[in-house]
Design a protein around this ligand. Structure first.
Ligand SMILES: CC(=O)N[C@H]1[C@@H](OP(=O)(O)OP(=O)(O)OC[C@H]2O[C@@H](n3ccc(=O)[nH]c3=O)[C@H](O)[C@@H]2O)O[C@H](CO)[C@@H](O)[C@@H]1O
Length: 330
């Protein structure tokens, strides 16, 4: 990079945000980040600084506090925004829909307004494969229909994508990439940084970790009679450091081309079943993960994995870490 560019990261103390900041700092970007610390700890940034030997500017700030967001923006010369901050628990989102719409959708509107007021129009948005709903075809390409989402969390991601699309149609200056993540797992190879939510979680991979260290007695596998090779659900697990590098590639793309609004899948393209993941984890860590086969979890999708050709061709990005790396780093 000729001149040091500054990235404003929302949700920087969270799981994906913190790992992404490691990559941004290593690539020479300056990072300003905000987080409301409702589901993460600021200690993650201290470890990011230890890993990279570089400094991060941090503000504890909620996106719903638009005035403070404006003030922080005005204090710095920002080139790009990466917007991770969001509430993401599917079950909770069904119980408290208004909290989810308010935090995720209104929070994004506040962010957009602060960007406009400070003449910043380049953004990478954290979207999710959940916007595709129940897949009509596999692997899933970016032109697969979106919107038939069965939960509130997913609908907030879909709505934000639509809002950003409308914005880029209405105002020529916007240049936005929405990255649709498949299932992020694993941790920084240093072992100093990982997934550390303060709230309860229900995702498979952290659960396997908890069983392996004895914090939970056994794993419940939801559904063993699906139409998949071993009967258990299939997902596209992607190493969080691969996701991180996807964001760096997206920033480079924003610099090269005026896309207005464009979406890319970030996955490995490989479908892996729950049992395959458990077996891979056991082999790599030499630890038994006791499990019970139980009925299907309501609302679960059978199989989901990405077609990653577009990200490869247009962003020059592909996932590099293997399933073994994902398990080992966890
Ligand atoms: C309903 C739900 O939560 N959806 C979210 C979840 O989806 P998703 O269901 O893909 O992710 P999970 O990690 O919760 O589950 C992955 C697979 O493991 C199975 N499993 C999970 C936990 C467990 O204790 N036992 C078990 O067998 C599930 O049935 C599924 O087949 O994570 C995605 C990636 O972060 C989000 O985009 C989704 O919105």
């Amino acid at each position: 990079m000729s001149k040091q560019k500054t990235v404003f990261v929302t949700g920087g103390t969270g799981y994906i945000g913190s790992h992404c900041i490691v990559d941004l700092l290593n690539e020479g970007y300056e990072v300003i980040t905000i987080d409301n610390l409702t589901n993460s700890r600021s200690g993650a940034l201290r470890r990011v600084e230890e890993i990279t030997g570089k400094k991060v500017t941090f503000y504890q700030c909620d996106l719903l506090d638009g005035e403070t967001v404006h003030k922080i923006f005005a204090k710095h010369k920002i080139d790009y925004v990466i917007h991770f901050a969001a509430m993401k628990a599917v079950g909770e989102s069904m119980q408290f829909p208004l909290i989810y719409y308010k935090n995720n959708v209104i929070g994004t509107i506040n962010l957009i307004e602060a960007m406009k007021a400070n003449n910043v129009y380049q953004m990478v948005f954290s979207s999710s494969c959940t916007v595709y709903g129940d897949p009509e075809h596999l692997p899933i390409t970016e032109d697969h229909p979106t919107g038939a989402v069965t939960n509130v969390y997913g609908r907030t991601k879909y709505l934000i994508e639509e809002m950003l699309k409308d914005l880029s149609r209405a105002e020529e200056k916007w240049n936005i990439i929405a990255l649709r993540y498949f299932n992020p797992v694993g941790a920084h190879p240093s072992g100093r940084l990982g997934e550390d939510p303060t709230k309860n979680f229900t995702n498979l991979m952290p659960y396997i970790g908890q069983v392996a260290i004895g914090k939970k007695p056994n794993l419940t596998i939801f559904g063993s009679d699906y139409d998949t090779p071993d009967g258990t659900g299939v997902r596209d697990y992607i190493h969080v450091m691969d996701l991180a590098s996807g964001h760096v590639s997206a920033l480079t793309k924003l610099d090269q081309e005026h896309l207005k609004f464009k979406t890319y899948n970030l996955g490995t393209g490989q479908g892996v079943s729950v049992l395959q993941l458990v077996k891979a984890f056991e082999a790599v860590t030499d630890t038994k993960v006791p499990y019970e086969l139980k009925p299907r979890r309501e609302g679960d999708i059978v199989s989901m994995f990405a077609n990653t050709t577009l990200a490869k061709n247009e962003l020059g990005w592909t996932a590099k870490y293997s399933l073994e790396n994902m398990c080992k780093s966890l």
